[in-house]
Each structure stands twice: as C-alpha cells, then as structure tokens.
Design a protein around this ligand. Structure first.
Ligand SMILES: *Cc1c(COP(=O)(O)O)cnc(C)c1O
Length: 408
C-alpha cells in the first residue's frame, strides 16, 4: 500500500459522489461533454486570490504566471482578479490580451525570445524581462526600428536559490537571467540608450512549501535589488520578487503558511532602504493560484488483475497528467491525491493501481492505492489538476486526443 496525497480543501459530495462547487461529478462530465475532462472552479480561484490578498501587504501586487493554466475562461477570470499577467511567449501574449489584460500590465520572461516575439511585445507595450545582454541589444534595435521606446526589466540570475524548491531557478550557471555581477552595467547601458528601464525581475525557484525558505528568499531578493540599484546608480520603478509558493501534492506535504510570509514581507516593506522606497513590488504565481482549483475526471474502462494485483484502467492518463504520472520533474514516483469520484464518501476497501490508457508502463495515476471498490464506468478524480496539467502534458502522444476543459 502506498499513501495518496492530501485532497485539497473545498470539495464536497452529493449523493456519495464528488462535487465541485456544488455540482456532482457525473453532471460535470455531462457539461464537459465526455471523459477525460478538467474541471476548474471559479469560486476556488476567487477565494485563492482573495486569501492571498488578505495575507500579503497591500503594497504587493499579485501577478498570474499564465503558463500554469492558459485555458481561456480561466485566464479571463484570473485577468479580472490579479494586477498583472506574466507571459513566456508571443502566443501567450495574444491569449493574455484576448483575456482583457492591458499590455502595460503584462511582463514577458523566458529564454529564447525570437526577434518577432520581441517586436510583438515591444509594439504592444509589454515589459520585457531581459534574459541576456544579447536579448537587450536586439530589443533596443527593434525599438529603434519600429519607433517605440522598449520597456525593459532585467531578470537577475541571483547567487542564491530558494531552499526546498522543487525546481531551482537561480544559483550558479543558468539559462535564465543575467548573472548578478553583470547587472549594474546592463542597467546603466539601458538608461544610456534611452529605453524605459522598468526594474528587476528576480525569480529564485518554485514549488516551495516551507514559509521560512520563502521568507528568507524574499529577504535576499530585496537586499539584492537594493544592492544592484545602488551599484547601477538608479532607482528601480518595479521589482518582481518571483513566486515560489507551491501546493501540497504528496503524502506529508503541508500548505505554505501565507500569513507568515505576508507578515514577514510587511516588516520588510516597513523598513525599506532609500533606493526601494518608491518601488512597486509584485509576486508572480502560477501553481499556487490555480493548482488546487482544478480536478481531472477520467472513467474506468477496464478492471483486471495481473499477478494478484488489481488494475483500474482509465480513459485518461499521462497525456493529460504528465506530472501526476510522475514523469515531470520528479525523481521518486509518489501518489498525487486521487479518489474514486463516483464513491467519494465510501470507505477504502481494496488496493488498486490506477493506470491510464497509454501503451507505456510510465502511464500510472496511482500506485497501490487504498480505494473504495470501483467498477467499469465509475469516475476517478485526480486532484491538484489546475496547474501544469492540460497544456504541460503530451496530449498528442498515442493519439487519444485532448481532454475537455470547463470552468464552473
Ligand atoms: C513558471 C514561472 C512562474 C510560475 O511558477 P509557479 O511555480 O507556477 O508559481 C513564475 N515566474 C516565472 C518567470 C516562471 O517562469
């Protein structure tokens, strides 16, 4: 038996079935049209943003890193709730603008921005988070050619990284950002070229659950921004502090104590050095904002045994749920929160392997899970499916097609 991850709060049951926002699983599948499907809850998204705002200092703006979930209805709702959107491609720029986000509130990070991506962003008035000196030169040249003053922030590759981070983004050699020692010279160059220098972007890691690690990183980020500004002899108008807050996926994981993070940030904001006194601060989050607000529903199509082990074979799998299958940045495969949605209230009575429909042993949704008895036709729910699910999985692999998505 292997434990399952913790089911996030906010789900209920109706007639024994899992319900999202008061709608039972079978009804959700009907609305989506078929299984497998992703269901996102607007109530949960709203509550999440509200709880973050309540915990953080008023001065902190909240940005949504849309790569976590770019589904148009989700993006439109998020655009109405947050202060800015962070994009990572020209494709995301088009989606963010279609969702109603003002270009002046969009920032564009990511290595490998092509000239046409830079041009689209500069023409629209988006802030570029520069990933290299070379990218800066190209942006300046494009700005000159099209007669638009580019809005340029410098993404810093800090010497520190976020402790306990699932994905390390700073510290040592990285394809992201500009090594901190070279940043002041670049800022002076941007100013000398007459571009609009927007400030710094310092993103040190993601998927951290430990509030102390996040507090420590935010403190170092503020210190570094002040130091770089002093060295550059310029006051940053904006500081993007990165994100880093993760969600519990696995047995034993606990949520980030956002009240502590907010209180510590409030203390830092109350004692800022002169260089940062008038700076606007933002945090950019993807997973933490949307991850728990989504559930993936898939139907059991076969129930079989092999060498005494029970297999529940579903019509979903890693082509929609790469991370839950354990194949997206995890070393040891552990179980996500998974439940039999059709018997959400029932007590566990058997040990089952829940697998997907792909012809690969990698396609597992839950190993040796203790679950209520489930039959062909029953629905399985994979929780924490709101971030890095539908668009971060290889939907074309094996030709089963995309999952449906709905926002309720
Ligand atoms: C992916 C990304 C984020 C969002 O990370 P989460 O872990 O989903 O919060 C934020 N900022 C940048 C620059 C990113 O690349």
């Amino acid at each position: 038996m292997k434990p399952l991850g913790p089911i996030p709060p906010g789900f209920s049951s109706i007639g024994g079935e899992l319900a999202v926002q008061g709608i039972a699983a079978r009804e959700l599948v009907e609305r989506a049209g078929d299984t497998p499907c992703f269901v996102y809850s607007s109530d949960m998204l709203r509550a999440r943003v509200a709880s973050l705002r309540a915990a953080m200092p008023d001065r902190l703006a909240i940005h949504y890193a849309m790569k976590a979930n770019p589904f148009a209805p989700v993006l439109k709702l998020m655009a109405s709730l947050v202060d800015g959107i962070d994009i990572a491609s020209a494709g995301e720029l088009a989606l963010a603008q279609a969702a109603g986000m003002d270009a002046s509130k969009i920032s564009f990070a990511g290595p490998g921005k092509r000239d046409r991506d830079l041009e689209a962003a500069i023409a629209a008035g988006v802030t570029l988070n520069l990933e290299s000196e070379g990218e800066c030169e190209r942006a300046l040249a494009i700005g000159q050619r099209i007669g638009v003053q580019p809005r340029l922030a410098v993404r810093v590759n800090p010497e520190f990284d976020l402790r306990g981070s699932g994905m390390r983004m700073g510290g040592g050699a990285k394809p992201f950002g500009i090594d901190q020692a070279r940043v002041p010279a670049l800022v002076r160059h941007i100013l000398a070229e007459g571009a609009h220098w927007r400030g710094f972007h310092i993103f040190a890691g993601s998927q951290a659950l430990d509030a102390d690690a996040i507090i420590d990183t935010q403190g170092k980020t503020l210190d570094l921004a002040a130091q770089l500004a002093d060295e550059a002899g310029a006051v940053p108008e904006h500081l993007n502090l990165g994100g880093g807050m993760g969600i519990p996926y696995f047995p034993g994981d606990t949520p980030v104590d956002i009240a502590r993070v907010g209180a510590a940030l409030g203390e830092r904001f109350a004692a800022l050095p002169d260089t940062l006194r008038d700076t606007h601060f933002a945090m950019e989050l993807g997973r933490w904002l949307v991850g728990e607000a989504g559930v993936y529903l898939t139907r059991i199509v076969d129930r079989k045994t092999s060498h005494g082990e029970l297999y529940l074979v579903t019509d979903g799998g890693l082509h929609h749920q790469l991370a839950a299958s354990g194949n997206f940045g995890t070393v040891v495969r552990r179980n996500y929160p998974v439940a039999i949605a059709s018997h959400f209230d029932a007590d566990p009575s058997e040990e089952a392997n829940v697998v997907g429909c792909l012809c690969t042993p990698l396609d597992r949704l839950a190993d040796k899970a203790h679950l209520p008895e489930a039959q062909v036709g029953d629905l399985v729910a994979v929780f924490c499916a709101g971030a890095y699910g539908a668009t971060a999985s290889p939907a074309d692999f094996l030709g089963h097609g995309k999952a449906a998505e709905i926002l309720v």
